[in-house]
Design a protein around this ligand. Sequence first.
Ligand code: GLY
Length: 273
Amino acid sequence: MGRAALIVHGGAGDRPAAQRASSQAAVEAALEAGWAAIAGGALAAVMAAVRLMEDAPPLNAGLGACLNADGEAELDAGVMLGDDLRAGAVGAVRDLRHPVDLARAVMEDGRHVLLVGEGAARFAAERGIERCDPALFVAARAGAPPPADTVGAVARDAGGHLAVAVSTGGIAGKRPGRVGDSPLPGAGFYADDEAGAACGTGVGEGFIRTVLCHRAVERLAASAAAEVAEEGIGHLARRIGGRGGLIVLGRQGPPAAAWNTAHMAWAMRHEGS
Ligand code: GLY
């Protein structure tokens, strides 16, 4: 029986009801794109899903990213593989059409895990990662309603390998230079084939302080995904009054999601386990 599974989120937050349909449509399109790629492995699936969401104006990543206090976009992204725990991430990048592509390049290069600022921009140029005019992000937000938080995807392929990818504009009005949880393995994302994989969405400082995704993955070794997702969000709220959402996936069984904000756009698909 196949073991493939994919879960995708388009951010937890308090988006008004009028914005929910467009966010959900973007997430469902991302699920389709990821599922269509899953035969190529878990990494292919999460990359396809997150790249598509980076192109979706209703979602807070890539083109739809929120702006900082200076009215500029600073984007974070991360990716991780469960088989050998390789990870790559970028923080506060300003001119990349798909920040998750650079996170993948950092991971595949293997020398470092996290690149930020000018060094990240130089590495992007070296690797031929698609650049764009930062004004594109400012124009995309003009007159648009504030987006929710972050996009992410977690996949398990037919071979049982896990991968996670995440991308975000962070928090609207954040201080320039602020980096959230999304490029920090363990905080905003984590994957380990021996246990499971998780991706977070919400106020990143809370996920950093609780190292919430690593905590969730450790628990996936012994507990079902639905239980782990609920427990993780409960822990976030109880320990620090945090708000957000989690998507999780174990070595077997279906994925699960939990959130304690007004809304989280998400979708999942899985084969029998
Ligand atoms: N969760 C995304 C951020 O806080 O930046």
